[in-house]
Design a protein around this ligand. Structure first.
Ligand code: FES
Length: 75
């Protein structure tokens, strides 16, 4: 499962939808322009790199773009 977020500047980020901590729903997490915060225990991951800001394992990040009105995952 992959979570896709649209940032305030209109750009997209796609990351793993399952939190590596205890399986929380990252797709339901709060975002700002840099991180997603898991709703279960509030750990944060960088939306561009997947790196944890609290010592947790990284999340996967995926290339994402809009092409002719469709969200495309992958290169
Ligand atoms: S399950 Fe996501 S931070 Fe714990």
């Amino acid at each position: 499962m992959i979570a896709v977020f649209r940032l305030r500047d209109g750009s997209l980020r796609a990351v793993s939808a399952v939190c590596p901590h205890k399986g929380g729903p990252l797709a339901d997490g709060q975002i700002d322009n840099k991180v997603v915060v898991c709703p279960l225990h509030l750990y944060a991951w960088d939306l561009s790199t997947g790196c944890s800001q609290s010592g947790q394992p990284p999340i996967s990040v995926y290339p994402v773009r809009v092409d002719d009105g469709h969200i495309i995952l992958g290169d």
